[in-house]
Design a protein around this ligand. Sequence first.
Ligand code: GN1
Ligand code: MG
Length: 354
Amino acid sequence: MTEEQLIYKFDQFKHASAYASHKELASGHINDTFLVKTKEEPYYILQRINHEVFKDVPGLISNKVSVSKHIQNKLSHLPEEELKRSVLTFVPTTNGDYYYKDDAGNFWNVMVYINDSVTHEIVTAEEVAYEGGKLSGDFLNLTSDFDASVLIDVIPKFHDMSFRFWQFEEALKGASGERKERAKAYLDKVAGLKEEMHIIQNLKESGKIKLRVTHNDTKISNALFDKNNKGLCVIDTDTVMPGVVHYDFGDAIRTICNTAAEDETNLDLVNFNVAFYKAYKKGFLEKVESALTPLEIETLPLAAKTMIFIMALRFLTDYLNDDIYYKTKYPEHNLDRAKNQFKLIDSMVAQMKI
Ligand code: GN1
Ligand code: MG
């Protein structure tokens, strides 16, 4: 895309001052994201939503805009500057929609950029784990009175274990001999964990744990911090939809407690940090404990194991499918991600005795 094309897309939205420059932010695996600097602040985030992955983009936009508005209302007592740093602000187009569909059929949306913020791909300070826990706990807390029935399922069965197993088994049937061979060492592991990895789903289906509004992609790089490690806001609310508390707790732990990046290939560097687990859990429960049942709290360690596993399974499935879902930088990238997550499970199990 040329700069001119990008500016054209950006100019469909009601931004406060003129375009100055942009750069791509390449950390997501699905969408294309750009930081757009304007002549004056605020700056903006321009994003192309991948409509191959997200089949109902207008529904997705409506989900995240209404959840943001709900949180803004709940935080309306805050001074304006603080409010703008505590929740995402979506920018409408000149016709008042919150997305623009271009002639090629791509969907775009714009958010106000939160200045002087940092993200962490890997956590190195316990305080970040604790603050991260407060952020995702507070997200659940602030959305606990949101009417989840108005939300669409942006990706049906997103964290549904049986569905992910079905996709894995289908991928295995169609995989090339070479990829199947390379994935072989992990097949027994997947089979061996199958029953345990369905426990949370079974509790959900039996109604023993309740559905609430969940973020569903709480990896730590989806949280903004200030320069003093204080949590500001959760971002990337594309997958906001009804879910269980375990999804948000588990996916955050998956990334916060990994001593390396999710695609680190030196597995000696991949270990589960128990101190960060405790710090995250403390922050999380401070914000949301009163809304949780004893059963939900009891099953949080299992949630962590389950969410690490589901990502391992999804990466492995995409590898077997010749990388049709996640962006990859080299041919074995998805397999490396899967190996990394399996190592993280081993390290967690060894230390937490789960
Ligand atoms: C994807 O695109 P990104 O990086 O926000 C994925 C998440 C995974 C994550 C792994 C819609 O998120 O479920 O946890 O990669 N999102 C979707 O890093 O599949
Ligand atoms: Mg995401």
